[in-house]
Every structure is written in structure tokens, then in C-alpha cells.
Design a binder for this molecule. Structure first.
Ligand SMILES: [Zn+2]
Length: 471
């Protein structure tokens, strides 16, 4: 955990308590608005009715308009490259900064994952259901609670600071994050001026617990590709030639075995790790979360969270070879696998791919022919924790939660963040969120902890007030 480089003053206590009162007072309406959004099954995948995503965009636009803070609120769609297709509708709003105040871009997404198997849900997925501290439903957390956090924080800020707000606010609520953000890059290009900001808040990540917030400062990147190994011009009877020539599976298995050392750490020269401090996580928690079988050991070295956040990993995620049912006594001439590598923050996807390619080509056993195709790369992301925005956010979260945020990493990636960085290289990016370890985003019985929602809204309202005070 990095110590903040920019010492900042605490927020004016009167402002904090007025914001706290406004957020608290608005909570019933906040939960009602969130529930209304959850009732719209805005699944953005191709096979689902796009009318729901359109209705969801309109509902979000109405909430944003109703804050009374924006000069302009629009529902907009961008083309997907030169495919002739358009992406799902996003909500875009802008309020110009005044008196030299900074501008903040607030990001969330209003589309959701499919609900999956209805029978696996304890409550109907699109009927928001309150049980204890949690509101259940698809999208109740990911990421409709992110949308509502922005709306409720803006309402509280308007109530307390009035119409004279100086901070500039852009709002971008995407409609296809769960379907690969296909038009995201085009949207940024099309609306570059309206979206330009000094600080970007991406409210689509996790907290450390329901009582301790987190700022996500590292995301691993990824490199995936198809690897094919060939050793023979045609199949032959294994009884006739087996033992004298290598089959493709033997060569492939031996090649894959070179990717890790005996402890299971990645053994590819040129793939780098990131040096950083990591919060403690016990092996017991890892075993529980992963369902590791009795007697099976974890892999890798170093702190567990360093292995997941800051070191590379390589996984074989699929294989094309004769199935067991179709197995005959044959030497297989060719076999393919899909390789999925996660790469540590600090390395570019291109250099990680180059290292993997060089390793695979130079380690092919028996001179086997190796071919790599369908390469897909996503950049890792590392927040510059020396910027002033993270100091402002840390102060705001500490006041809003009553606990300092943990700076965390994520083993997976949020691919569109690379697009944001590429389009707005000067902007400071803050990855916050409304999830907690029990949220079960993307799974049955997804839920939002309402205490977390409350604290996330207050923190964001305090952050907006702090940015306003930088005028
Ligand atoms: Zn999300």
C-alpha cells in the first residue's frame, strides 16, 4: 500500500455532515430508483431484446436529467469500427466547469449480464428483493448501483452546494460493457470534447469488505492465442510407428510443460512481475474461494495476492485433438490449444506476447512445427498513485467510510480502461466501486450491500465537493 504523495487537508467538517445528512435523507429514493432500474432486464448480448437496453438508457437519462445539474443530457450510440453496426445506447451528459475548477468524468454501465439459470436464483432475477442488508437482483450491484451512486452523489452535492457548483462534470453510462464494449473506442472518439476530464471515476470495481473501501490501482492485462503443433504429414498406426516418430500430442505436452517450473511459477523468460506491497491473504481463504481439493497445493511463490495481481500466469483454456470417444490407435499429426496468459501491470501486452512467442518457438521439442494464430491482446493498467486525484479520493473515502481505502489489484482486466488511457493520457483514473466480496456479480443471486452503497455515495459526494473546492 503506497503512502499518499500529496498531503491533503480534511474536508470542511460542516460540508461533510451536511452531505452525510443529504445522502442519508435521499436513501429511500436512491434504493427505489435502483430497484426500478433492476426491473429492466437490460442484457446487452446479441441474442437478447435490445428494446430493454434502450428502455434502461432512457430511464438512466431521466434520472440524470432530474439532477438538474447538466447543460445537456443525451442518449447516444456510436458505430462499431467500420462494421456498419452500432453499439448499444449510452447516456452522455455534460456540465461545464467554472472558475478554473477541474472536470470529472463519471463512468458506469447500465447493461447487465444474462441471468443464467433461473432455477439457480433464490429470488426472481429481475424483481429486486431486499433481504437483510442486501438488495438482490441481476445488475443490483454490477453496475446499476454504480449508476445510482453517481446520480445520488450528484443530488446530494446539489442539495448542499447549490447551483453554484464549480466542478465540471461529464457523465458516461455505457450500454454494452458486459458485451465487450464494442463501440467504446468509437464513442470516445466521437464525443472526445464532451468527455474530456482531469479525473475519471470508473465505478465498476470492488471494495475490500463491506466496511473497508478499496481503490483498484492495478489490473493485469491478457494475451490469448491458438497454438498448433505439427509433427507428421499424416496420421499413422501407432502400433507400426509408435516409438520411432513423435506424435503431435507428445510434442505439445512437452512444450506446454516448459511454461512453468516445478513450483508452478511461470518460467518464460521476458515475462515480468511487478514489485509492490500486497495485503495479506491466507492460504485457507484461497483454498475456500477456489475450491482447491484436499491434498492439492497452491502454485507459485510470494504473497498470494502478488501471484494474482502482480505476477504473470499462463493457462490452457481449450484443446483441439481427437476426443476420447473417437480415439483410435493412431499417431496424431496435429494438435491445438488455446493459451490464455495474464500479464503483470508494468509490461506491455506486445512485449509479453513477444516473450511467449519466442519461448514457444525456441522450446519446440523434436523440431516440431509450431504455429501461433488468433492473437488477442489487452493492456494491463497501473494507476499512477503519485497523482493528486488519488490523494483527494483517499481523503474522501476515509471520511465517507470511516476507514482508509486499501489499494488493490485485480487479476482480471477491464479492457476499456486501456481505451480511456489512450484517448485521455493526461487524465487521472480512479477505479472505485460498489461491490464487496459477497456481491456475486455475473452469478445467480447477485446482490448489493446497502451499507456499502450508502458509503460509496457519501464518499463520491465528498470527492465532488473536494474537487469543487479546487476551483
Ligand atoms: Zn461491471
Amino acid at each position: 500500500m503506497t503512502v499518499s504523495q500529496h498531503p491533503v487537508q480534511p474536508t470542511d467538517p460542516a460540508t461533510v455532515s451536511e452531505l452525510a445528512e443529504a445522502v442519508q435523507g435521499g436513501l429511500p429514493r436512491t434504493v427505489a430508483d435502483l430497484s426500478a432500474l433492476v426491473r429492466i432486464p437490460s442484457v446487452s448480448w446479441d441474442a437478447f431484446d435490445p428494446a430493454h437496453v434502450a428502455a434502461s438508457a432512457d430511464a438512466v437519462a431521466a434520472l440524470v436529467r432530474d439532477t438538474g445539474l447538466f447543460d445537456d443530457v443525451r442518449v447516444s450510440r456510436a458505430p462499431i469500427g467500420d462494421t456498419g453496426q452500432h453499439g448499444q445506447p449510452a447516456v452522455l451528459a455534460r456540465r461545464a466547469a467554472r472558475d478554473g475548477a477541474p472536470t470529472v468524468l463519471l463512468y458506469a454501465h447500465h447493461d447487465v449480464q444474462p441471468q443464467g439459470d433461473d432455477a439457480a436464483w433464490d429470488t426472481p432475477p429481475f424483481e429486486p428483493t431486499l433481504k437483510g442488508d442486501r438488495l438482490y437482483g441481476r445488475g443490483a450491484s454490477d453496475d446499476k448501483a454504480g449508476v445510482i451512486t453517481h446520480v445520488a452523489a450528484l443530488r446530494a452535492v446539489r442539495e448542499v452546494l447549490g447551483d453554484d457548483l464549480r466542478v465540471g462534470v461529464s457523465l458516461f453510462v455505457e450500454g454494452e460493457e458486459e458485451f465487450g464494449s464494442r463501440s467504446f473506442a468509437d464513442f470516445l472518439v466521437q464525443h472526445r470534447d464532451e468527455l474530456a476530464a482531469d479525473v475519471i471515476v470508473v465505478a465498476d470495481s470492488d471494495n475490500w469488505s463491506t466496511t473497508v473501501p478499496a481503490i483498484t490501482v492495478g489490473l493485469r492485462g491478457n494475451v490469448t492465442f491458438r497454438l498448433t503443433v505439427r509433427t507428421l504429414a499424416h496420421a499413422s498406426h501407432s502400433g507400426m510407428l509408435g516409438g520411432a516418430v513423435p506424435d503431435a500430442m507428445l510434442a505439445l505436452v512437452k512444450l506446454l510443460a516448459t511454461l512453468h517450473d516445478d513450483r508452478g511459477s511461470v518460467a518464460v523468460e521476458g515475462l515480468t512481475s511487478r514489485e509492490a506491497d500486497h495485503p495479506e491473504q491466507s492460504e485457507e481463504t484461497l483454498r475456500e474461494e477456489s475450491g482447491l481439493l484436499e491434498g492439492v497445493s497452491p502454485i507459485g511463490t510470494g504473497p498470494i495476492l502478488s501471484r494474482v495481481w502482480s505476477q504473470p500466469s499462463i493457462t490452457v483454456t481449450g484443446i483441439d485433438a481427437p476426443s476420447v470417444a473417437n480415439a483410435s490407435n493412431t499417431l496424431i499429426p496435429e494438435a491445438s490449444v488455446r493459451i490464455s496468459a495474464r500479464i503483470a501491470p508494468g509490461q506491455t501486452a506486445a512485449s509479453a506476447y513477444a516473450a511467449l512467442e519466442a519461448h514457444l518457438l525456441s522450446h519446440a521439442p523434436f523440431g516440431a512445427h509450431v504455429e501461433i494464430e488468433d492473437v488477442d491482446q489487452g493492456e494491463p493498467f497501473l494507476v499512477d498513485t503519485t497523482g493528486w486525484a488519488i490523494s483527494e479520493a483517499t481523503a474522501a473515502m476515509t471520511e465517507g467510510w470511516g476507514a482508509a481505502p486499501v489499494q488493490t489489484g485485480i487479476g482480471g482486466s477491464i479492457p476499456f480502461i486501456a481505451d480511456l488511457v489512450a484517448t485521455f493520457p493526461e487524465a487521472q483514473i480512479l477505479v472505485t466501486g460498489v461491490e464487496d466480496p459477497d456481491t456475486r456479480a455475473h452469478s445467480p443471486n447477485e446482490s448489493q450491500h446497502l451499507g456499502v452503497l450508502h458509503r460509496a455515495i457519501l464518499s463520491e459526494a465528498i470527492l465532488l465537493a473536494r474537487l469543487d473546492a479546487r476551483a
